[in-house]
Ligand binder design. Structure first.
Ligand SMILES: C[S@@+](CC[C@H](N)C(=O)[O-])C[C@H]1O[C@@H](n2cnc3c(N)ncnc32)[C@H](O)[C@@H]1O
Length: 303
């Protein structure tokens, strides 16, 4: 599947414009309402993440994917961009997505199937008489899903379901972002505190990022988790990727506008100034090269 670099400047413009728009959705867990701009943002984010990670996955399943014997599950597959690229790259393997909202395109590679379902219920794979195991997937991929669910939903349901449907020897690969900025400026720090408050109020946990591998490893059936981190630059110091990173971050934050106004006691004019200060701070921190989002990638395997 082709890169979309030629569309980026237009997208940045669109996203920046939306950041300044007055009407916002403030749904905390999703950070943004799933409108066209959200879909564009997820698409751009996918491209950025693939670029900084040098590919679409890290688990050692290339050979199986190439041979065509692999069955892959993408949990909360969203726009199905990752699935579509993988399905095109490995036409002999099988790719399944589960997603609650039908935001994926009608035309998909023929080796993809997307099931519209709520992952907070039992995953729709229960062919086994013993519903405690299903053993179907060689790779379970889960990206940017942390903030869609609470810590207890992860611990008590999702991780268990991932493991239930994973084949012995199969891999679970999670890719998530750490929202904490490294060495932030004053405005970034202030906003960080407020964003954390909003997420915690919505039942989300920022510390999940640090303890997720332990949660997986503590399951008796799981082997050692390997963790690798890549940095996504935010701001012009990171070149085109950094500019895209900044546009993505601003759009995400704009989804929390109401909460930010409430906690910081701001009116709309103050909020516009805050966004401006924020952009200036990020532009001026260019020498520090220190505003980034860290994505980690964990591959845990079933023993
Ligand atoms: C931030 S997006 C990540 C999408 C995709 N994994 C990616 O990397 O582009 C989170 C996704 O989780 C989906 N989602 C949230 N709650 C869900 C649920 N209970 N069941 C299934 N999907 C859900 C949302 O619709 C959204 O597509």
């Amino acid at each position: 599947m082709g890169h979309r670099h030629s569309k980026f400047p237009k997208l940045i413009h669109k996203i920046n414009k939306a950041t300044n728009d007055k009407i916002r959705n403030t749904e905390c867990p999703q950070l943004n309402k799933q409108d066209d701009l959200y879909l564009d943002r997820m698409q751009v984010l996918h491209n950025v993440m693939r670029c900084i990670s040098n590919g679409n996955f890290k688990a050692p399943v290339d050979e199986q994917l190439r041979e065509g014997s692999a069955v892959v599950l993408d949990v909360c597959s969203g726009t199905a961009t990752w699935l579509s690229e993988m399905a095109s790259d490995f036409p002999q393997s099988t790719f399944i997505g589960i997603e609650k909202v039908p935001m994926y395109p009608d035309h998909k590679p023929r080796n993809i199937k997307i099931i519209q379902a709520d992952v907070l219920e039992q995953f729709p794979f229960s062919g086994d008489k013993n519903q405690n195991s299903y053993n179907t997937f060689d790779l379970i991929y889960s990206r940017l899903n942390f903030f869609a669910f609470s810590e207890s939903q992860w611990k008590n349901h999702l991780i268990k379901e991932y493991i239930r449907v994973l084949k012995p020897g199969g891999y679970i690969e999670c890719v998530e972002g750490d929202l904490n900025a490294d060495n932030p400026g004053a405005v970034t720090e202030q906003l960080g505190v407020v964003v954390e408050k909003i997420l915690v109020q919505g039942g989300r946990s920022l510390s999940l990022f640090m303890k997720f591998n332990e949660m997986i490893e503590s399951h008796p059936q799981m082997g050692k988790v390997t963790r690798s981190e890549v940095v996504m630059p935010i701001g012009s110091w990171g070149g085109q990727i950094g500019e895209l990173g900044l546009a993505i971050m601003l759009h995400m934050l704009s989804g929390l506008q109401k909460g930010i106004m409430y906690h910081m006691k701001l009116n709309e004019k103050d909020l516009d100034k805050l966004w401006d200060d924020y952009k200036i701070e990020w532009a001026n921190l260019s020498f520090g090269k220190n505003i980034c989002m860290v994505f980690f990638n964990e591959a845990g395997f079933l023993v």
